[in-house]
Write a protein that binds this ligand. Sequence first.
Ligand SMILES: C=C1C[C@]23C[C@@]1(O)CC[C@H]2[C@@]12CC[C@H](O)[C@@](C)(C(=O)O1)[C@H]2[C@@H]3C(=O)O
Ligand SMILES: O=C(O)CCC(=O)C(=O)O
Ligand SMILES: [Fe+2]
Length: 327
Amino acid sequence: MVALSNPPMEQFFVKTTKPNTKPIIIPDIPLIDLSKPESKQHLVKACQDFGFFKVVNHGVPAKFINKLELEAVKFFSSPLSVKEKSGPPDPFGYGNKSIGTNGDVGWVEYLLLNTKPESDYPENFRGVVNDYVSLVKKMACEIMELLADEMKLQPRNVFSKLLMDEESDSVFRLNHYPPFPEIQENERNGRKLVGFGEHTDPQIISVLRSNNTSGLEIFLRDGSWVSVPPDSESFFINVGDSLQVMTNGRFKSVKHRVVANGRKSRMSMIYFGGPPLSEKIAPLPSLMQGEEGSLYKEFTWFEYKKSAYKTRLSDNRLGLFEKITAS
Ligand SMILES: C=C1C[C@]23C[C@@]1(O)CC[C@H]2[C@@]12CC[C@H](O)[C@@](C)(C(=O)O1)[C@H]2[C@@H]3C(=O)O
Ligand SMILES: O=C(O)CCC(=O)C(=O)O
Ligand SMILES: [Fe+2]
């Protein structure tokens, strides 16, 4: 029998630019209060400036979040041999340390689930995941309708209908980042342990909720990585590559990553809202002004996804679809 070896530990680290420095805490992470009507302008600005924001007063009852978190804790604390019965992630299922199929590794174990009804889920997850996903999808749709309103796009469900479509190709992910005790020693040497390497999400919108353990970092346009303070009662939203294309680059899909924590486990749950496979991903005609041309070649979500899944996490996936413009 051939023993499967773990990837060498060196592969799990990234160099930090300045050793011995504390992570920068994002100064003003855009905060959207969904109970306030003026959130619309704020939302558009957050999508343009950061591609990332935090949502409060979101209307998702804590009971549904807690139930799912409890099942996730139970699942990840079960023996590896039990978890592996739900793997490998091809593309759905349990995965451990290896992300995707192109050589990425991370200090993480996870469960990737199809959000389509009747999908095959590990025991105890079916009801809780379905309840959670429907609520979070509803919130994502509300956000996208507010965005459409503010941008004067007709109909106002121009984005949200893609997630509501029966054929919507959405994914749900549970990530568990175990603590890594030797982290401080590594940080002193200017190295961070990567939980989930830098990347952008390919879909339209991602809705993330985590426990109160830090780790998520976003990449700002000034070239710095900033740590996002965790908040288990809020949701964090990020613009995906497809929404960047549909807005012809007005909204930015944010580059983000997760670094491991020295003392505590981080647990996150993410809904990735995607369009149907056959959907053409292109700038919305009603958004284009004057002589403005599309920045992107034409493609369907199926074509983008197929290409994206051949890439490594940190690759610029959209680059392949950008039009080359003469300057
Ligand atoms: C390395 C990879 C993992 C990923 C598929 C890919 O080839 C490139 C995109 C990755 C990503 C990032 C966002 C989501 O977590 C994810 C499920 C997705 O749709 O694209 C993952 C993919 C994955 O883990 O399979
Ligand atoms: O686990 C997290 O906090 C973020 C993970 C992530 O970015 C992803 O799964 O695409
Ligand atoms: Fe992500």
